[in-house]
Write a protein that binds this ligand. Structure first.
Ligand code: SF4
Length: 254
């Protein structure tokens, strides 16, 4: 991963590096063309709820008088409400996309480019972490068969938030947060534990354990995702969550 770049340079690099892939995917972003056949027909997209809210989580302030936030983002649907709330609250922040758990690489590119599209729309700086998939597979070795919300997910959160804290420390951010906890499909305690542990490795760094689900945040997330016509993933991200969804789907169809 590019760890020692200053943020402005990293952002410029990320934009350049993604430009071709972004253009290629732009017109096909609502499809799964080119992916394995079962991607195209199993289960409906993950739903986040459906009530109508106009404002959620506005008037935010960073904790402990911090002034520069690095927001780890797992995908556009999960980070959209958070990003809008931070912009609305005039908080100085940058999006950090580091998700080597996502399989396959086409899915990774789809999720990342949707996030870039929204960051560009809001004029929010975006940093692209590397696709460290081999390292991720090593970290979760032996935990493959576990269901979601257990030890494999904690290891997965650890890896992503450790990278976030490291990049933050090396590039002048003084607080980190993550979009991971906004989804009801994730264990919020696991996410917060991973974030706190990651921040503690770097003197002066703190993790902002804000509950983004509250004040209608989850519902607002759904509204924005629909408004922006984001690509909607059908599983959490890793190959094991994909296989699990496929097994459930196959069972339902029998
Ligand atoms: S199910 Fe999701 S959180 Fe858990 S290990 Fe897989 S990608 Fe990570």
């Amino acid at each position: 991963m590019r760890q020692k770049l200053n943020p402005e340079f990293a952002i410029a690099m990320a934009k350049n590096r993604n430009l071709l892939g972004y253009k290629a995917l732009k017109n096909a972003r609502h499809t799964t063309v080119g992916m394995p056949a079962f991607f195209q027909n199993f289960l409906s997209p993950i739903s986040y709820g459906s009530s109508s809210m106009s404002i959620a989580n506005s008037g935010l302030k960073l904790p402990e008088d911090r002034n520069r936030l690095l927001l780890h983002s797992c995908c556009a649907p999960c980070s959209c409400e958070i990003m809008e709330a931070l912009v609305e609250s005039k908080i100085n922040f940058t999006v950090f996309f580091y998700n080597p758990n996502i399989y396959p690489q086409q899915e990774y590119a789809l999720r990342k480019n949707e996030n870039i599209r929204f960051a560009e729309k809001l004029h929010v700086p975006f940093v692209d972490g590397d696709y460290d998939a081999d390292e991720w597979l090593l970290r979760v070795k032996g935990l493959e068969a576990l269901p979601e919300k257990q030890e494999r997910c904690l290891v997965c959160f650890d890896m992503r938030l450790e990278a976030t804290a490291k990049f933050a420390q090396e590039n002048g951010f003084d607080v980190i947060a993550s979009s991971l906890g906004i989804s009801r499909w994730k264990d919020l305690d696991q996410v917060n534990k991973a974030g706190i542990k990651a921040a503690l490795k770097y003197p002066g760094m703190i993790y902002w354990a804000y509950n983004w689900r509250k004040n209608g945040g989850s519902q607002r997330m759904e509204e924005i995702a629909q408004r922006e016509e984001f690509y909607r993933q059908k599983y959490c991200g890793c190959i094991y969550s994909l296989n699990n969804r496929k097994i459930i789907y196959d069972t339902i169809r029998k």
